[in-house]
Every structure is written in structure tokens, then in C-alpha cells.
Design a protein around this ligand. Structure first.
Ligand SMILES: Cc1cc2nc3c(=O)[nH]c(=O)nc-3n(C[C@H](O)[C@H](O)[C@H](O)COP(=O)(O)OP(=O)(O)OC[C@H]3O[C@@H](n4cnc5c(N)ncnc54)[C@H](O)[C@@H]3O)c2cc1C
Length: 396
């Protein structure tokens, strides 16, 4: 008797083939059309290459990075406070690939018609593979317009913010070729209402833009706390002001930036969000004193743009999975994709997904042409409205 025949309990049928290794750009006609229409045709081979990465190794890394959550290590085994967050290597692979392909820098280092659209298209592909790493990627990218408001600090920091090198090592900025930037505004008593911030800034010597201060207070939300520096808000005598706070002081000692704990979040598992305390943390004033909100809004506006792109990406990946499944799954003797009511469902998803993408890339075009006053007004309005609408529709 052949026992082997009993070990095979059943044949797997009526399941779709795997999508692993699919180039996400090549299967996405709307992305191809809208990125060309809004001026990024010249970048097609780059976007195409990122589509292959996103559907292949990055997708695989995305599963690993979300199965293995970051871990907060407050002290080393000898009792020294170290405030480290350890990530799975897959998370670093996602970060490294994105930084090396210009997702944090390309429209700033190589500005041209279609530059923001091309970067948004690649970011859209990246977010389909993994969304959590989008947090530090977008904050680093978005910090640039705010940093430019303080030219002395910009001269020092921008070459490293804009470098296409990812270095997660826990050392001072002087030892790194590339750095990442985070943002810490939210406090317990005020999220939307940042004017309620109670963190205080005390000048170390001279006061004013570009000068050194020590910050005392807490932040209820500081995502990606392993970034090399953070744009943050604190009160001076003249009101709420923006500061750049590095994780290490210029003499390479740890800054007085203490992580209290990591937060549990719904779907965003790969990335860390934390609560932090500043206990006399060294920071430099960015922009005009007392004008912290208009300064940091330069960064917030760009993160809003990326929220549009990231949420459009979630919608697209959901559509890809749903339509692929329905194209291969038979119910009642007919493919789901041939059932009129299912076609209705898929068509609704496709329409809304494409609308979200088109608005996001249209926004990219506006950012590419801010010298045109119409485009500047469009960008001012649509970063807020587009983020509101697309982020609200994405979960549905
Ligand atoms: C995953 C995640 C990561 C985050 N990372 C960071 C980070 O890195 N850095 C950082 O600084 N913050 C971060 N945040 C915090 C985030 O920016 C705040 O949650 C946000 O600003 C909202 O603040 P809040 O939660 O205190 O809500 P509240 O300010 O208490 O608002 C509550 C509700 O009221 C609504 N509301 C507010 N004003 C009005 C109004 N005038 N009219 C009608 N409705 C109104 C709001 O839309 C909201 O729905 C993060 C949040 C999340 C979820």
C-alpha cells in the first residue's frame, strides 16, 4: 500500500496565484497615466524600477518589519540610561532603500518640472509595500522648507538631511553622512491646539533665531524617536517658537531627551511612536521667535501632502488585492469579477482609488510650480482639504 497517497488530503483549487514579485508600477495604469500627465514622464524608468522593488523585496520586508515590532531599551545591562529603540533589520532595509532612491530628498536636490510628482509616485509604491517607514521618511523630506527658514542651521544640517545615505547608528551627527528628522509638537493637553503647549525654552546665552536654548517639558507624541534631530515647539517670553533639537549634543554626549515609553497604535506597527521628556535638552531656535506655528507649518504642509499619497497608496493596494482575488475566484460557477454586483463594488473601489491618486499627483504638480501664484494657492488649500478627504476615505 502507498501511504503517501493518504498524506495528500486535498488539492488546492479556486485560490488566486501569488502576487509576490509583481512590479507594482507595471500593473498600475492610472499611476502611469497620471504621473506622465503631471510632468514626471522623464522619471518613468526610475519609478518602474521602484515598482519592481515595492512588489518584491520591499513587500517581503514590510511583512517582517510589522511582525517584529520595535523594542524600547531604556538602559544597557550595566545600568546606564541609553534610550534606544531597536528595529528589525527589515525596517532598516525599507528605510535604506527609500533614502538611497531619493524619497527624502529628490525634489529638493534636483528641482525640475515633475520632480515632486516623480517622488510622490515612488512614495506611493513604497507605501503599498510598507506604510510605517513612511513616517520618518516623510518627516525628513518635509523638514526641508522649515529648516530653510534658518539659513545658518540649514547650511549645517541640510547636506546631511538631503544625503542619499541612511545611517541608523546611535552616534552624533558629526559622524554621519546622512540623518533623519522627526517632529514633536503634540502634548497631553493639546494636539490640534498646539498653542496650549507648556514646554519652556531658556536661552543658554544670547537669545533669538539660530541661538542655543535648553528645553524643559514633555511631548505626548514623538514618532520615530531614533531620528537624529526633531523640529519641536516650546514657549519663550515671546510665545510659541520652533526649535531644532538633536538627539546628541555637539560634544557627542546624549542630549537630555528621554523616551518614557513607546505607544501602541492600530495598524502602524513597524514604526515607533513615543512619549518623551526634555530635561534641559539643547536645541536651536528655528525661524522667528514667537512664530513657531507658521514656521513648523512649513513642515506640516509637506507631511499633509505625504498623508494624501500614503492613504492613496493604501487604497490602491486594497484594490489590487481585491481585484486580483476576484479575477481568480469562482463562486457559483462564475468568476467573481464577472458577477455584476461584484463588478459594481470593484468599480467603486477603482474609481475612488484613482481619484485619490489623481488629486495627490495634481498636488505634486502644484508643488513643482510654486512660483505660479495659482499653483501656490492650489497647494495652500489642497494640502489641507486633500489630506482631510483622502485620509477619511481610505479606511472605508
Ligand atoms: C500614529 C500617530 C503618530 C503621531 N506622531 C506624531 C509626531 O510624531 N509628532 C507630533 O507632534 N504628533 C504626533 N501625533 C499626534 C497628532 O498630531 C495629534 O494626535 C493630532 O494633532 C490631534 O491631536 P489630539 O489627538 O490631541 O486631538 P484633539 O486636539 O484633542 O482633537 C480631538 C478631535 O477634535 C477635532 N477638532 C479639533 N479642533 C476642532 C475644531 N475647531 N472644530 C471641530 N473639530 C475639531 C479634531 O479633528 C479631533 O478629531 C501622532 C498621532 C498618531 C495617531
Amino acid at each position: 500500500m502507498n501511504l503517501h497517497q493518504f498524506a495528500e488530503t486535498h488539492e488546492v483549487t479556486n485560490q488566486p496565484p501569488s502576487l509576490d514579485g509583481t512590479n507594482l508600477y507595471r500593473i498600475d495604469l492610472p499611476l502611469q497615466e497620471w504621473s506622465r500627465r503631471f510632468g514626471a514622464g522623464w522619471a518613468e524608468s526610475r519609478i518602474d524600477a521602484y515598482g519592481a522593488l515595492a512588489g518584491g523585496p520591499l513587500m517581503e520586508a514590510g511583512f517582517l518589519a510589522n511582525q517584529n515590532k520595535p523594542v524600547f531599551v531604556s538602559h544597557d545591562r550595566y545600568g546606564h540610561r541609553i534610550d534606544l529603540v531597536e528595529f528589525h533589520p527589515a525596517y532598516h532595509e525599507l528605510m535604506r532603500t527609500a533614502v538611497e532612491h531619493g524619497l527624502t530628498s529628490s525634489p529638493w536636490t534636483d528641482p525640475q518640472s515633475g520632480a515632486h510628482v516623480a517622488r510622490a509616485a515612488m512614495s506611493y509604491l513604497h507605501s503599498q509595500a510598507e506604510a510605517g517607514s513612511g513616517c520618518p521618511l516623510t518627516m525628513t523630506f518635509a523638514s526641508v522648507p522649515a529648516m530653510r527658514l534658518q539659513p545658518d542651521l540649514a547650511r549645517q544640517w541640510l547636506p546631511k538631511i538631503l544625503a542619499t545615505e541612511y545611517d541608523p547608528s546611535n552616534v552624533g551627527v558629526a559622524h554621519k553622512a546622512g540623518v533623519t528628522i522627526g517632529m514633536a509638537m503634540t502634548e497631553k493637553q493639546g494636539g490640534t491646539d498646539v498653542r496650549a503647549n507648556t514646554t519652556k525654552a531658556y536661552p543658554v546665552g544670547a537669545s533669538g533665531p539660530g541661538q542655543a536654548y535648553e528645553l524643559v517639558g514633555h511631548k505626548w507624541f514623538c514618532s520615530a524617536p531614533m531620528c537624529d534631530a526633531f523640529l519641536t515647539l516650546a514657549q519663550t517670553d515671546k510665545g510659541l517658537t520652533c526649535f531644532l533639537l538633536p538627539r546628541h549634543r555637539p560634544d557627542d554626549t546624549r542630549n537630555q531627551f528621554y523616551i518614557q515609553r513607546l505607544k501602541n497604535k492600530l495598524g502602524n506597527c513597524s514604526n515607533a511612536s513615543s512619549e518623551v521628556e526634555f530635561r534641559g535638552a539643547l536645541a536651536w531656535m528655528v525661524g522667528e521667535e514667537g512664530r513657531g506655528v507658521p514656521t513648523i507649518i512649513e513642515m506640516v504642509a509637506m507631511t499633509r501632502f505625504d498623508c494624501m499619497v500614503g492613504s492613496s497608496a493604501l487604497m490602491r493596494q486594497a484594490l489590487t488585492q481585491a481585484s486580483h482575488h476576484c479575477a481568480h475566484r469562482t463562486v457559483g460557477g462564475k468568476l467573481l469579477s464577472e458577477q455584476p454586483l461584484m463588478q459594481n463594488v470593484l468599480a467603486d473601489l477603482a474609481l475612488e482609488s484613482e481619484a485619490a491618486l489623481a488629486l495627490s499627483l495634481r498636488m505634486g504638480k502644484a508643488l513643482d510650480h510654486l512660483d505660479d501664484s495659482h499653483e501656490a494657492k492650489f497647494a495652500r488649500l489642497v494640502t489641507a482639504v486633500g489630506k482631510y478627504w483622502i485620509c477619511k476615505r481610505a479606511p472605508g
